[in-house]
Design a protein. Sequence first.
Length: 420
Amino acid sequence: MKPLNILSSGISIIFMACMLSLTSIAQMPGFIPMDDSLKAMLHFYDADTILVVMPDNYNIPSNDIHALENFVFWKDKPIYTYKHESEFQATDTLKKVQFFGPANKFSSQVIIDLPFQIIEDGFVFKGRRFNQPQDAFYYMHPSGKRIYTCHNGEEYSLTYIGFLAGAYQLYVFHGNEIVYSGDHSLTSAESQLNDMDKLREVYFCRIISSRYFKLNFACTFTQDSLSDSLGIELDDYVKQLCHYLNVDTLNIRHINTYCYNLPGELNYFIAAPLWQTIYGKSFGDINHITGFDLPTFKHETGHSIIADKIGDNPSAFFMEGFRQFTDYFFSETAYNNDLNVFRDKHELLTPALVTAPNVEFFKNMAHYSISGLFVAYMIKLVGLEAFKAAYAENNIEGMIKQKGLSVEQLIHDFKNGILK
Ligand SMILES: [Zn+2]
């Protein structure tokens, strides 16, 4: 991710205040406003305890529990308790309940009042069958007491977190793409939905396809400098990056990149609050960028390739650091620039930053340079392959321990080496 603005402090206050004043921001034609659902979402988490209910015979993977419990960052995190649906009691309905798991594995007594029809292999919405593993939904019940975060395939269980779902009452996802978002009233016909396929069809006109990319440009995009050879140049970047990362280029997922015209437009398509101008955001094989700026494009593509060929890591520090490190393969200037930033801001690198919640990382642009250099240092120490394996297994601290070191010691040595 590449945010434009640097939030110096008080992110939770900014989050609350700005999210609640969305109505004052110009509305993009064709989109449903986000404000009311957001209040309901904030209210839902304004509880001491959240009860997570799973289908019987289903257990949440520990990585999912970690992500689920770290969703709330704007206030003290609630305590999460877990139950299988057969343990769910009448008194539990008084609590704030998050249903989590494949919708078709819940029994029809528990998973009620949904705008989705649950079918054997998935669900149906607006007459369309969503029965692929990558199909998922998020739904806030109008009572404000229940949210449903359901998915067909295990690997798509957390899509709602990537999109910080809650700006709308309802989302339907297909992989990393939002298919529908909006508000769905159960009692009246006043549902308001963003039909994202249609909105994308209207907004994007020019498409450039290449071996690894599909680039979608906004109809209002007026950059004449987009040459026909752009696709070839970008494909070359992917090949070189794979070469440097020592991964093959076989079966790379086609990367769908959406290029928006004006700052803020991107936010509507990913349902992101408007208080933050986002230059770029990567959701695996789908990237979104404002304008067409080559460094931003390469930045988000780097995330996609790492995710595809190496794996995912939930930590912003390591995710951005590893991505930033790849710049050094291409440019010594990139390395030297980061070195200058680090010399200036070295006190920011602490063990707390390495393990900080992602929102802390994104508060300061200098963290990109710091994490990039620190990852480069670790790779020099353990080797690229060992780092790649630990990154994909989310076991970087374990890797450090195996070397007989601690994060504290590593930071200490790194600073000593680089600042002398
Ligand atoms: Zn990034």
